[in-house]
Ligand binder design. Sequence first.
Ligand SMILES: Cc1cc2nc3c(=O)[nH]c(=O)nc-3n(C[C@H](O)[C@H](O)[C@H](O)COP(=O)(O)O)c2cc1C
Length: 168
Amino acid sequence: MSAVAPSDFTRAMAQVPSPVTIVTTTDGSGRRWGFTASSFSSLSLDPPLVLVCPAKSAGSHDTFVAAERFMINILSAEQAAIARHFARSGHDKFTTGDMVPCELDLPGLPGATARLACTAHAVLDGGDHSILVGRVEAVYVGDQEPLVYHNRTFTRPEAASPALAAAR
Ligand SMILES: Cc1cc2nc3c(=O)[nH]c(=O)nc-3n(C[C@H](O)[C@H](O)[C@H](O)COP(=O)(O)O)c2cc1C
């Protein structure tokens, strides 16, 4: 039993600004899957590895754990609505037509600020989540501002204040 109350843990983590991604894949039958994820991080430069963590309770968890390839769409500041759309379970998330075949033929968002197409490198246990480690095989880099999740709200990076600029 942990000494830390779950509410204290989540309140502390809410203070951490996070990227907002939509992770997608296509299964062997051709069905597309996707979910909104902030648990994304760069892991290694050589080889180029990234990680993202699906909850074991998510409807798409088993599909992503078994996936040979997956795409990480890093959302731009204008894409909060699609982040909410892919954070809802139990509906067909791909009816809006926002996702199109992109790198490695994986479902991608044209308006994303970056996309990382990955092959599965490892799957690790992470408590009530799994840790998907992906080897980056292809990238797209846009120039939009990224979407940020902070204090349980979608926001965007703020311009540096004069005080911060002076500290540079
Ligand atoms: C900003 C934000 C970040 C999220 N990050 C994660 C995450 O890193 N891992 C995760 O499993 N769920 C995360 N979620 C919740 C999932 O998007 C949500 O549970 C989704 O419905 C799962 O889809 P599925 O049940 O169809 O697989 C996040 C939701 C939001 C709004």
